[in-house]
Design a protein around this ligand. Sequence first.
Ligand code: HEM
Length: 461
Amino acid sequence: TTHGTTHGTTPGTPPRTAAELREPPLAGGGVPFLGHGPKLIRDPLAFMAQLRDHGEVVRLKLGPKTVYAVTTPELTGALALSGDYKIDGPLWESLEGLLGKEGVATANGPRHRRQRRTIQPAFRLDAIPAYGPVMEEETHGLTERWRSMETVDCTAESFRVAVRIAARCLLRGDCMDERAERLSAALATVFRGMYRRMVVPLGPLYRLPLPANRSFGRALADLHLLVDEIVAERRASGRKPDDLLTALLAAEDEKGDPIGEQEIHDQVVAIVTPGSETVASTIMWLLQVLAEHPEHADRVRAEVESVTGGRPVAFEDVRRLRHTNNVVVEAMRLRPAVWILTRRAVRDTELGGYRIPAGADIVYSPYAIQRDARSYADNLTFDPDRWLPERVKSVPKHAMSPFSTGNRKCPSDHFSMAQLTLITAAVASAFRLEQVAGSNDATRVGITLRPHRLLVRPVPR
Ligand code: HEM
């Protein structure tokens, strides 16, 4: 991983003195007292997408609070690579309260660096082939299941396969089958409730014994219980396979002491939770693309056939499925699962010549960046060929980083791309997908972006 070291400067520009720095302009469209809050709540994607018209860094007013939005690819890269910012802010605080404070996704500083070193080997490019058999089994298991289904509920099916692959590859263990089902049910409920708690912070009201609060509480408790079961079972088995869970159990802290039980627990939670909704949402969009653009589905199918000669697609084929890979990338460009990211400035600093005070909350939107007409010709057209080697050069640096960059970059980029490509290839080869009555593929904004309720009929090829 790269660790940001460009303190207080933007790559390519000389450091400026405090007096030379400008105040970022205020974004338009605010209203008294509430500022930009109403716009952000009504249509967050459209709101984020027009901010660059106001400046490279703009100030937003959310009630009494000022938030800084970064709107250009170059400056989002500078932000992600700088050591002047950490993971913090309201989004993270609400996540920590529910998922634990000691996991890699919310830690900062030396603990975060140590935790990344612990988990990294399990995600390295050369570790991925070991997961191939599970990815294949789950992918073909999915197409088999769908053969007997009249209608596929893409939300449930995508969640299921994403959680099963993450749990079986990264946590292994016996009884993982039954656990993966429980895990995916618990996570689906937890994510739904968590987003509501973030955007509508009603505090104590969420503790009232209402049915929705109860099922959220039960799902969260089950998630934590499952993680404890998985850890306890691995310990009791005495087995130490070369995997992520073994690495977590054997990890030592900065002083060389074994890490505590709470940290082990929080680490497992911090790895399975960001890994499930993100992959699941991306699968849903890929299914939407296959249903919406039969011509693209046909091209994927043709590529798979040319690579496999008609046998079932295997993990080994993935690296030769160039076009299918480009379909996945293009789907992630237009519908990035992670559509908003936040940071907090740890000291007075600057971005692009604009003054950023210590403690400032900063947001940026991969969705806005990846759809910007200044970076992409025919920006809203689904065009996987824009990722062909001869065309990809015209894409500005940092204009496509759905996994982010810098020291917080998603450790799972290779792991995710492999499974997404395999699933897309297998589904396009096995079925033609048609949306059915009752399906709604409009974008639903939550912790991730996904279709509201995608329902498809899988017509065997
Ligand atoms: C972090 C995206 C799948 C584990 C991140 C970040 C992004 C991201 C953008 C950086 C957050 C930030 O900068 O604040 C995605 C996307 C995925 C995906 C788009 C799939 C399409 C996964 C999977 C796993 C995973 C499958 C694990 C099984 C993590 C972890 C972090 C992270 C542990 C925190 C890293 C850190 O803070 O050092 N992911 N992710 N992600 N992701 Fe992913």
